[in-house]
Structure formats: structure tokens, C-alpha cells
Design a protein around this ligand. Structure first.
Ligand SMILES: Cc1cc2nc3c(=O)[nH]c(=O)nc-3n(C[C@H](O)[C@H](O)[C@H](O)COP(=O)(O)OP(=O)(O)OC[C@H]3O[C@@H](n4cnc5c(N)ncnc54)[C@H](O)[C@@H]3O)c2cc1C
Length: 444
């Protein structure tokens, strides 16, 4: 692990505040009801959770405590669990990739039946899911927590296999590809000149801040070099915003301007020619623009997995039609199938797709699922809370927290959500992974 960060000159948060931050994080964990103390419910039925990632595992661990008489099955073909919020740190050369890996089995409660398979078809009218093993799984209640699908093939000439060759990086893949992304940045910098080209997708993506973080950490690395002026940094944006919330959108744009980043609005990445190191972008009027690069950070379009998109569970109309799971954004219950709930990256809602959102959605799904199982109306409401430590350079970050409508929802009175600080960097670097694992365990 090579840490190049420095706290010099960053933020106004004192060591005392940092201690408070640690205590606050501890307090959050301590205040949460310990496993087994939550009220149990004598409801019966077969609950199927599809997806054993951040949301599915956390929910399973909570439900087994609440429902001693229910049967719970979880479906996921993946045996490895990846701590995805660490991918940007690996791709920036700051963390070892091994720090991200654990096993799915490690987190699953022993009383839950794990089907190691993928859902290939959702048939909600029949209350069943078809699995990749050929098994047809019937359910009384379904929770869709599949995360999202990264659609590499929507960029001509690009696939996950391209990551780590010809100067191409992508932080939305495996830990191994995050390592290779860092190697591509290193190799570009060792060449001593050329363009670093960063992109954004035209769809909702998970952790909307991650593409910005990759640009910021790369800028820090360049600025530590005596030959910074020999490198160009470009950021191509499909629209004219780099972040959904006005304050941060303006902040990032102004900061990049001061750092010499050349921004190109209304440019969507449509093709990559790795051997010739050229990226092609399409402007809104259809004009194609080609950019030479030394390093290219690709952010592909994303959607719900095809099995979900092809099913009746998908939104039929509105901005999420055909691509994302239809749920009520407050109760997380499907709007047409009341026995179905959704959570995490797969849902179509105006929410940032983060593990922090998942942490707030899981208790809402838990309460509302239990209500529906008892013949009651769902009462718990998700307020759209999401949070992301927006890294603005190696050693500094801003704690971005907001809910539906872009309302800022700061958690810590001593952290100004509009200021960069070293304390928030430390939070990202040291504190969030233990909090994430406590969430998986159903403890917070
Ligand atoms: C680069 C990067 C940086 C990030 N940074 C942050 C951050 O700083 N802070 C933050 O809070 N969040 C961050 N996130 C986002 C966070 O990791 C996700 O929002 C979170 O993991 C979503 O949880 P989920 O359960 O919806 O999906 P996942 O955790 O992705 O889990 C989905 C699971 O579903 C399984 N699955 C998929 N399809 C099927 C199927 N058909 N059948 C069965 N199972 C299926 C998958 O194998 C997977 O195990 C980041 C993500 C990335 C990629």
C-alpha cells in the first residue's frame, strides 16, 4: 500500500473533531439494536431475496432475527463479496486489492438457504423465479437486490477484457481490473506526456462520485510531479452536469478549471480504439469527435440486469422505463406487485446508488415486508438519503449527504458538508469499511 496523501493545508477540522468523528461512528453502531433484540414476528411464508450483495446480505441477516418461522432463500451465483467503495482507492494506487475481498458465504446466516445461481427470468404473475441451474423457485414474497449491470457492449470496441491494456482503465469492474487501472495511470505518467481522458455515462451509475474521484486522485498524482505541464487532462460529460447537486456540480467544475482540466460538455463516449489509443465521442447533434489519449477512464452505461429488464417488474413508463425496477421510492414496495420489494442499485428512483443508500433502505424494506406479511399497509418511508465521501484529491474529501429533492442531510454537526477536510478523507480511508461490514452483518 503506497500512501501519498498529506493533511497539510486541508480543511478546518481539528484532531479533536476527528476523535469526535470516530466516536460518532462508534455511537451509530452502538445505538443500533444488537442482533436478536429486535421484535420478532410470527409471520410465515417463503421469502426469496435475489442478490447477495450489500443489500441482500444485510437484509437476510436482519430478517432471520425477526422471522423465526419464515423460510428465507437467497439467490446469487457469486462466491466472492467485493467491498466496492474501495475500488477507487485501489485504482488510485492507495489500497491493495486484497483488502476488498471476502466470501459471500462468510456473511450469510446459516439458517438461510443459499442458491448459488443467477436469476434468469422473473415471472411475477406466477410468483416464481427461474434460475440458471434450471430450478424454478416459487415465492410468497420477493426482494430484488441484484445490483446493476455494466453495459460494456454499448461502447463500440470496448469490453471488460480491454481494461488494463492500451491505456484503458475502468473502476466499475473487479478488484483485479482496479489494479490494472492504476497500472495504466502509472504507465501513462511514466511516458512523461499525453492526455488523460475521463468520462461519464449517459445513464444513472453506481456511486456517481467515483468517476470524479478518479479524476481528482489522478490530478493529485500529476501535481506531485515536476512535469505536470506536459500532461493534458480532459473530462467528457454526456450532458452539462458532473454531479446532480448544484453546489457540488459548481464546486467540481470550478476546481477543475483552476487545475487546468479541459471539460467537454454534451459528449458521450461511443467507441474506443485501443491499439491506436483513440476515443470517439458523439455530440448531441450526432457529430463524432475523436480524442487521442495516453490514459482513458471508461464509465460505461448501466442498467438493471437483463433478466429484470426483460420482466414485468421493470418500470413501464417514466424516466426509468425499460431499465430499472419499479418501486415506490418511499416504501420500496413494487407499485404493481405488492408482495415484491426492491432495494439498492437495481431500483428506479431519483436516488444516488450507494452502499449508504442501501444502509437506509434495508430497515425500510424489513419493516414494510413484515407489515405486508401480517396483512398491514407498509408504513416505513425512505427519504432518499445517500452519502458519498467525495474525494477531491489524495488526502482530502467532502462528506456529501443528501436525500430526495437534493436536500442536504448532514449527519455530523462539526463537519461542514460544503468544505473539504482531511477528517472526511480519514473516514473514507479507515472508517467506512468497518461500518459497511457491520451493515452486512445486520448490526447497523
Ligand atoms: C467504484 C465504486 C465506488 C463506490 N464508492 C462508494 C462509496 O464511496 N460509498 C458508497 O456508499 N457506495 C459506493 N459504491 C456503491 C456501492 O458499492 C453499491 O451502491 C452497493 O454495493 C449496492 O448494493 P446492492 O446490494 O444493490 O448491489 P451489489 O452490492 O452490487 O450486489 C448485487 C448482487 O447481486 C448479484 N446478482 C446480480 N445479478 C443477479 C441475478 N440475476 N441473480 C442473482 N444474483 C444476481 C451480484 O452477484 C451481487 O452479488 C461504489 C461502487 C463502485 C463500483
Amino acid at each position: 500500500m503506497t500512501k501519498t496523501g498529506s493533511k497539510a493545508g486541508v480543511g478546518q477540522v481539528s484532531r479533536r473533531d476527528l476523535v469526535k468523528l470516530g466516536m460518532a461512528a462508534g455511537a451509530v453502531a452502538a445505538m443500533a439494536p444488537a442482533k436478536g433484540l429486535a421484535r420478532t414476528v410470527n409471520a410465515r411464508g417463503h421469502i426469496v431475496i435475489v442478490g447477495a450483495g450489500a443489500g441482500g446480505i444485510s437484509l437476510a441477516n436482519r430478517l432471520v432475527q425477526r422471522l423465526p418461522n419464515a423460510r428465507i432463500t437467497i439467490v446469487d451465483g457469486g462466491a466472492r463479496h467485493v467491498y466496492q467503495p474501495g475500488l477507487t482507492l485501489v485504482a488510485s494506487g492507495l489500497w491493495a486489492s486484497s483488502k476488498l475481498n471476502s466470501t459471500t458465504q462468510n456473511w450469510l446466516p446459516s439458517t438461510v438457504d443459499w442458491k448459488q445461481a443467477y436469476a434468469e427470468a422473473f415471472e411475477p404473475d406466477l410468483k416464481q423465479v427461474r434460475l440458471s441451474t434450471g430450478e424454478v423457485l416459487s415465492y410468497d414474497f420477493l426482494v430484488v437486490a441484484t445490483g446493476l449491470q455494466v453495459n460494456y457492449d454499448e461502447i463500440e470496441g470496448f469490453s471488460a477484457n480491454e481494461i488494463g491494456s492500451n491505456g484503458i482503465g475502468c473502476v466499475y469492474d473487479t478488484p483485479e481490473h482496479a489494479v490494472k487501472t492504476n497500472q495504466m495511470i502509472e504507465q501513462w505518467m511514466q511516458r512523461g506526456e499525453g492526455a488523460g481522458v475521463f468520462t461519464l455515462a449517459p445513464t444513472p451509475i453506481k456511486c456517481a462520485g467515483a468517476p470524479l474521484k478518479m479524476c481528482f486522485t489522478t490530478l493529485s498524482r500529476l501535481e506531485a510531479r515536476p512535469d505536470r505541464d506536459r500532461f493534458d487532462v480532459h473530462f467528457y460529460v454526456p450532458g452539462d452536469r458532473v454531479f446532480g447537486i448544484d453546489y457540488y456540480n459548481t464546486f467540481v467544475k470550478e476546481r477543475w478549471q483552476s487545475q487546468g482540466v479541459i471539460r467537454h460538455d454534451f459528449h458521450r463516449l461511443v467507441a474506443v480504439d485501443g491499439p491506436n489509443r483513440k476515443a470517439t465521442f458523439q455530440q448531441t447533434d450526432g457529430t463524432l469527435v475523436t480524442q487521442d489519449y495516453g490514459f482513458l477512464h471508461v464509465v460505461p452505461p448501466m442498467s438493471a440486469p437483463d433478466a429484470l429488464r426483460d420482466s414485468d417488474l421493470v418500470w413501464w413508463e417514466g424516466p426509468f422505463a425499460g431499465n430499472w425496477l419499479e418501486v415506490d421510492q418511499h416504501t420500496m414496495q413494487h407499485r404493481r406487485y405488492p408482495e415484491v420489494f426492491g432495494l439498492g442499485d437495481v431500483i428506479g428512483a431519483p436516488v444516488n446508488k450507494t452502499a449508504a443508500s442501501v444502509k437506509m433502505q434495508v430497515p425500510v424494506v424489513e419493516e414494510n415486508l413484515l407489515a405486508v406479511m401480517q396483512g398491514q399497509a407498509p408504513q416505513a418511508q425512505h427519504n432518499g438519503y445517500t452519502s458519498c465521501p467525495l474525494i477531491t484529491g489524495i488526502g482530502k474529501a467532502m462528506l456529501v449527504e443528501f436525500g430526495y429533492g437534493g436536500v442536504l442531510l448532514p449527519s455530523f454537526p462539526f463537519i461542514d458538508p460544503k468544505e473539504e477536510s482531511w477528517a472526511v478523507w480519514i473516514m473514507k480511508d479507515r472508517m467506512l469499511q468497518p461500518a459497511y461490514y457491520a451493515m452486512l452483518d445486520g448490526k447497523i
